[in-house]
Each structure stands twice: as structure tokens, then as C-alpha cells.
Design a protein around this ligand. Sequence first.
Ligand code: MG
Length: 347
Amino acid sequence: MKIVTTPYELKLTKPFGLARSTRTTNSIVLVKLDDLGYGEASPSAYYGEDVPTVIQTITQAVPKISIYPLYINEIMSQLNQQFPSNAAARAAIDMALYDILAKRLRLPLHAYLGIAPPRCAQTSFTIGIAPIEEMLKKVDDARHHPILKIKLGKDPDHDLTVMREIRKRTNQTIRVDANGGWTLDNALTCIKALADMDIEYVEQPLEKGSLADLAQLKKASPLPIFLDEDVLVSSDIPKVAGTCDGINIKLMKCGGITEAMKMIHTARAFDLQIMLGCMIESSLAITAASHLASLVDYLDLDGNLLVSNDPFQGMILEKGYLRVPETPGLGATPRQDIAELCEAGII
Ligand code: MG
């Protein structure tokens, strides 16, 4: 199978801050397999991946695919065993294989998977952590998005001050994500106060691995709790089932569409709600994830909206509503003005 891998630097329209770090760019790897299938890896240092590990994994893994690409479940379970710590790289391969198959069968990916296109799912738009005035400016600039996801997790003073100011300005639906930045006491204080501000739910309140504290928090919390950093793949779900109300599935954490589908079914078996999230990604990976939208409860597919030099186009947002292309495959195509991609053979 022919492989082309191209590192690409996504430039962010504004600096993007989490409880852990702030960034102005994000490095991804674009992949093209057999001159037909596109894939993308957005590696995260937090999960132990970067551009060199992604390229190395793809270069090693793809030639090992000896099975007919139709049998994606078998291929991906072999790659899971061989490259267990390289989820973003596996996601790029999985995405490209699905793109090849669905294009050959002339079906949009969601139809190939037996999934209805997203009809009424609205996605949130994320506001990163910044000084309060800057966050308020970002909220003002995001008035046209129906749902906001506010990054918190600094300290209760900062977090509650910024949320009170935001609530004074807007009636938009608001979710918050603490990215594991709170202690149990801080989480209890913040969540009780947030409940009075009509917040929809709270994501990853405590540091990854704090399951005993989470169980205690869930009992006391007036708001639903979703886990992100604690839940990477389907086998993590039974461990957290009693400690949360829902989970955040991301292609880059779990290793692609194959594992994401397994996670969706596992979460439902445990009566958990599901949000479909993303890293900072181009429209290629966001479009791939969008095909799963009608299987989940909440969408947080906004990574491409934070980028000023998106190399792909695909899904579109109309007043926050997601629409996926009805063209064969992922329906994501390179923008014609990206010269580096032409040189690398991606276009
Ligand atoms: Mg999160």
C-alpha cells in the first residue's frame, strides 16, 4: 500500500489555553494511502505522541497490513496490539482505510457504517483559559455559536469569577471542562455554584485516576459529570461506570472510528451518555468524526474552527448544526491552495 505522510502546522486564530498549557499552533500529520484514502493524526504530548512517533508508527504499521482492507476490525485489532501507545497514528490509518473502502463502494462513510446523517445535533464552541478580559472577548466573538464549552480548572476564584461574568453576558447553553484541574473540595465548591448558573454539565473535574474521589463527587454533584482524560478506549469504560454520567470519545485518544464505535456501544451498555469530542484538528479528522454524530448525545467537534490555515474542507456548520458531505468516503478534500500538500503528493 502506497503511503504519503506530511507533517503540517495548524495555526490557531487565537492562543488556546487549558488547565495544563497554552498554545498558538498545533502539529498534525496528514496521511494518504494508496493515492485514495486521507487520514489525519493530531498527536498529544499528554498521551505520549508527537509528529515523529506518528510518522514512525504509520511507516511501520501500514506495510504490515496484509489483510484485505475490507476487514478493518481485524486490521485495527492487530494494530492495537502492535502499537498500543500510538492512538493518533492508528486513528490516521483507520480513517484512511475507511475513506478508501467507502470511496470504492461509492457511499458516504456514515451510510457505509449504517449510521444516519446528523440531523439536529449542535456542536459546542470552545473558549480556552486566558485572563478574564480575554475570555470575555472570546465569548463576545462566539455569540453566533449556540453552545459554548468554557475551559476552567485554574482555581475556584478565577473559575467562578469568569463564569459569573460570562453568564451576565449570554444565555447561550454552556458546558465547562476543568481538564482535571480541580481538587475534590474545589470541584464541590465550583459545581455547586455552577449549578446556579444553569450550566449543562461538567467535564473531567478531577485529575485523571481519581476514581474514589469521583465517586464521592458524583453523589454530591447537582450537575452531570462527563469524563475525558480518564476514558481513552472501550476497556476503560467499565472502570468508570459508577463514577460519572457520561464520557467524551475522541478519535485521537481511542485510535479511530473502529474503536470509537466499540466505545459507543460499551457506553450505552453501561447506561452512560456520550459526547463526541476532538483535539485541535483540521476539517479532515473533524469530518471523519462527524459521520458518527447521530449515535451520540452531545457534540464538541470544533477543533477546525480554532484554526486559521485549515488544509481540508468537508463537514459544515450551519448555525451550529453539523452537516456531513454526502459524497463517497469521508467527504473531506484538500483545499487547493495548500502548496506544501501538492509537493508532498497529498493533493
Ligand atoms: Mg475535555
